[in-house]
Design a protein around this ligand. Structure first.
Ligand code: AMP
Ligand code: ZN
Length: 135
């Protein structure tokens, strides 16, 4: 993936503030942090999101996220951590190389969480059935 910015970070063509690296994963500070210490964890091998990433690689990315997340909390004195991955343009993904956001949290009110809505038991049951049929 020649024009992928995160592949260029892996190959060090583009500099970044790397906090952790092993054979399969890389973690570096987000250039536009949501909170202090916002870090991205990526696989070194290109894939666009979690849906097209091999399970073995996904496991490595999650294990690295846990390791770096612990260090982030210790380094920033944060008391919580949001982890998440945007997958697809409609989900807000801007860089199409799998990444997990590690966002240290200092106070519940500093960020607005996703809005929740009421739902009907019947609607949930139908939806759960349809999802299970597609597994
Ligand atoms: P997403 O919207 O989930 O695709 O997130 C992409 C993230 O990558 C954003 O939080 C950006 O601030 C971050 N980002 C983009 N370019 C760079 C870069 N060169 N170094 C570090 N973070 C970057
Ligand atoms: Zn890439």
């Amino acid at each position: 993936m020649n024009d992928c910015i995160f592949c260029k970070i892996v190959s060090k063509e583009i500099s970044s503030d790397i906090v952790y690296e092993d054979d399969f994963t890389l973690a570096f500070l987000d250039i536009h942090p949501v909170t202090k210490g916002h870090t991205l964890v990526i696989p070194k091998e290109h894939s666009s999101g979690i849906l097209d990433t091999e399970n073995a690689i996904l496991e490595k990315v999650i294990v690295t996220s846990k390791k770096v997340g612990k260090a982030l909390l210790a380094a920033t004195k944060a008391t919580g951590l949001n982890t998440g991955s945007n997958n697809g343009e409609s989900a807000g993904q801007d860089v199409f190389h799998l990444h997990f956001h590690l966002i240290p949290r200092f106070a519940k009110k500093e960020l607005k969480a996703w809005p929740h809505h009421d739902s009907e038991p019947k609607t949930r049951a139908e939806l759960a059935m349809r999802i299970k049929e597609n597994l």
